[in-house]
Structures are given as C-alpha cells and as structure tokens.
Design a protein around this ligand. Structure first.
Ligand code: FES
Length: 105
C-alpha cells in the first residue's frame, strides 16, 4: 500500500498506509490525525490546510482558483507548499508523499 508521511504540529512523524480511493484529508482524518476539515471536503473552510514538502508540491495538480483563494487568506499560507488536503486525491503515484500539519486554530 502506498504510504503518506505526516509531520504533526509537534514535529512527530506518522507513516500512514494510504487509501487511494480517498482524498488526502480523508486519509488524515481516518488515521485520527489532528485536522478539522470543517466543511467535509467542499473547499469552503481551509481547516484542512497542510504544507506539502517542496519536492512533492510540484508533482500535484495545480490548485483550483477557489482553493488558491482560500489558501491566500490563511495567515500560515506558504506559496508553493500550502494546499487544502481535501482537494488532493491520494493515488498510488503519490507513494511517499510528505506533508506537515499546522497547529489547530
Ligand atoms: S475540508 Fe473544508 S476546505 Fe478542505
């Protein structure tokens, strides 16, 4: 199974077995990692904001205009790294993906 490497807000690393039928947000929530995802994946809240490692960020599809607009409103926005995890479909080609969680609001 493809893996997802997650650094939590305290710096601890978690290695998840990723479900390729789910979004990155759903994978994180299914493993009880601290992520709110208040809108349930509708690209409307930005509480699923994560930072993608630079090596991986370029391999992901470009954010939609709606996603980009939400991200740019975030105080913790980092150009080139910030993504809404609900907008990333996890798939086998992303085996080894590394993301960092932000402190909860
Ligand atoms: S869960 Fe709300 S924008 Fe991702």
């Amino acid at each position: 199974m493809p893996t997802i490497h997650v650094i939590d807000a305290d710096g601890a690393e978690h290695v998840l077995e990723g479900d390729v039928k789910a979004s990155l947000m759903e994978n994180l929530c299914d493993h009880d990692l601290p992520l709110d995802a208040d809108c349930g994946g509708s690209c409307a809240c930005a509480t699923c904001h994560v930072l993608v490692d630079p090596d991986w960020a370029a391999r992901l599809a470009t954010p939609s205009l709606d996603e980009q607009a939400l991200l740019e409103e975030e105080a913790s926005y980092q150009p080139g790294r910030s993504r809404l995890s609900c907008q990333i479909d996890f798939r086998a080609e992303l085996d080894g993906l590394r993301v960092t969680l932000l402190p909860r609001r």
